[in-house]
Design a protein around this ligand. Structure first.
Ligand SMILES: C[S@@+](CC[C@H](N)C(=O)[O-])C[C@H]1O[C@@H](n2cnc3c(N)ncnc32)[C@H](O)[C@@H]1O
Length: 220
């Protein structure tokens, strides 16, 4: 992993931040390069605040929902083993990397943010797994993963779009507890905190895991 490239991307918005490589709790050997845990929590300089608003470095955190989905896949690899997987809104790459470690045949991390694509690729290299990156969702996939992407309600149409690109969709979200699409069924609730700890409200410490499956797609 070339930590310098990620740190350069982070410092475009947060000039005094660093990238630290951390092990993730209950995720086996999975490690990620994330923003330093002791990064200041006080008010930001107004110029820095503007830069953060313009271009938030979501990829520098491992969001609770991504961590929950990673744990789920590592504990139940049959969901992705031997399958093609796309991680939509990959951020750090957490869910896609877990899928690759769980034995997925091919994994693509898809994110609209070029720095997130860089982070996903660098973190995949750190974990010695193969992962491709893409700036848009295209093609047909066995499994589509989506963790903590619905915080932006304008992303809700992704729930339907996902069904046109994949046979199985797994959505993990701690902010959205009820999906507007009745085709999605809640299959699990997993406790997980965002890393580094953002001190989120208790209600956001549980990721809800939803599953949609095309009628002709039977699990192994
Ligand atoms: C809160 S982060 C979650 C990252 C990661 N999945 C995790 O759980 O740690 C949301 C990510 O989704 C990406 N994103 C938001 N809207 C998107 C869209 N319409 N298509 C692809 N990526 C999107 C953002 O750039 C960001 O990297």
């Amino acid at each position: 992993m070339t930590r310098n490239r990620l740190e350069g991307a982070l410092r475009r918005t947060l000039p005094d931040a660093r990238i630290e490589v951390v092990s993730l709790p209950r995720c086996g050997t999975l490690r990620l390069g994330l923003i330093n845990a002791d990064y200041q929590t006080g008010p930001l300089d107004p110029d820095v605040m503007q830069a953060v608003i313009r271009s938030p470095a979501y990829w520098a955190f491992c969001w609770g929902s991504g961590l929950a989905l990673a744990r789920f896949l590592l504990e139940q690899p049959q969901w992705v083993r031997g399958r093609t997987v796309v991680d939509l809104g990959s951020g750090s790459g957490i869910a896609g990397i877990a899928a690759a470690m769980a034995g997925a045949r091919r994994v693509v991390a898809c994110d609209t943010d070029p720095d997130a694509r860089l982070a996903s690729a660098e973190n995949a290299a750190l974990n010695r797994v193969d992962l491709e990156v893409s700036d848009r969702l295209s093609g047909r996939w066995d499994v589509l993963l989506m963790a903590d992407v619905l915080y932006d309600r304008s992303n809700l149409p992704l729930l339907g779009l996902a069904q046109t690109h994949a046979r199985t969709v797994l959505v993990a979200d701690s902010r959205v507890t009820d999906l507007p699409d009745p085709g999605y069924r809640e299959i699990d609730r997993i406790e997980a905190l965002t890393l580094p700890n953002l001190g989120e409200f208790d209600e956001y410490r549980t990721a809800h895991l939803f599953h949609w499956q095309r009628a002709d797609d039977q699990p192994d």
